[in-house]
Ligand binder design. Sequence first.
Ligand code: SF4
Length: 424
Amino acid sequence: MPSVYFQTFGCQMNVADSDALQRALAARGYAPVPAPEDADLIVVNTCSVREHAELRARARIAEFAAVKTRRPEMRIWVIGCMAERFGEKLKETIPGIDAVIGAPELVDAEAVVQRYIDKEKHAAAVNPVHPARGVSEFVPVMRGCDNYCAYCVVPFVRGRETSIPADDVVRAVSERVKDGVCEVTLLGQNVNSYNDNGNDFSDLLRRVAAIEGLLRIRFTTSHPKDLSEKLVHTIAGIPAVCRHIHLPVQSGSDRILSLMNRRYTVAHYRTLIEMIRKLLPDADITTDLLVGFPSEGEEDFASTLELVEQVRFTAAFMFAYSVRQGTAAAKLDDDVPRGTKTGRLNRLITLQTSITRSIYESMVGRTLAMMAYGPVEKRGAKFLKGQDRGCKRILIPCIDMKAGTILQVRAVRSSGMTIIAERI
Ligand code: SF4
């Protein structure tokens, strides 16, 4: 039986693409193995969003290539964003790669397998394997992005924005639910611009929510320029839709937002936060923040800190700007010194961490609906891990409970970014 090992870097869309490819390979008899040394095929799904991510992927591919020198029959596929960005050139810089498959090609995993496996006739006798499904899975509803934020390579590596027809999304989710999935996260770079023949993301949410057996629906990402009151009303009206909105703001300075080509102002962003807090008072709002964008001064950064303090995000992904060749920002002078970027990032992380901690602490004593994801061991003790209806992670002392069950729990304490709870 042929075997495959996946290494996935980057965002949830990459995780979804790897899952789809893994399923298509499983239908050809490829069984997942936990150690790359034992695999006949190694698939590295790459991320280009930051230079650091690319360096990590290159190092990992080189490690796999070293294993291949001892096992020359092993094959290495490099897929995803770096594959699209560098193409066949990757084979020159890292010898040992057999196939380079760009992100847009991954939209059809079945076609990828037909092209790279069936054609090579490596899977002569097909014994399909059935990889275990978790209870929570990602389902893409859109591909690509048309927004061209000045710092971002996604539109270049993932192509134009397209919406996956609602019928296909409903079919994909229904199939997963039949396999035991209880929660899905609908993925798109900007779900607020979803459009299937005039049906928007609110319409899609209503259709997905009607699927019997599906207990929870999450989605990401919302773009502040497009998030509508209609969508927030729709979320409020559907109990299965989780109370979590990820709304990347990036900066608290209008001047920097304009240079970033984000196409909203800080005032507009604040209006959205007010609207969400009014219609969904218990919602977790999370964000992305980028510091050290070209020309960012202390005043711009102070505005970001002020916004973060006022909004009180439950959590944030925080990064220092790094140049991505080919983007509009690459033409600007990367003039914020590295030390200044690091210093600002550390100040921002310190502030956000204290806010996250205090939000988690404020949950103590409250009753939460936790979806159980499965057992986990922490410092020798066994727990059941899960998540509330927002985005907060919860641990309860381990009990024998099927993953996917929703339990009522009471928060007894918080440990940083996890709530420790007990079952009611
Ligand atoms: S919305 Fe902007 S940051 Fe997000 S993927 Fe598109 S271009 Fe990149």
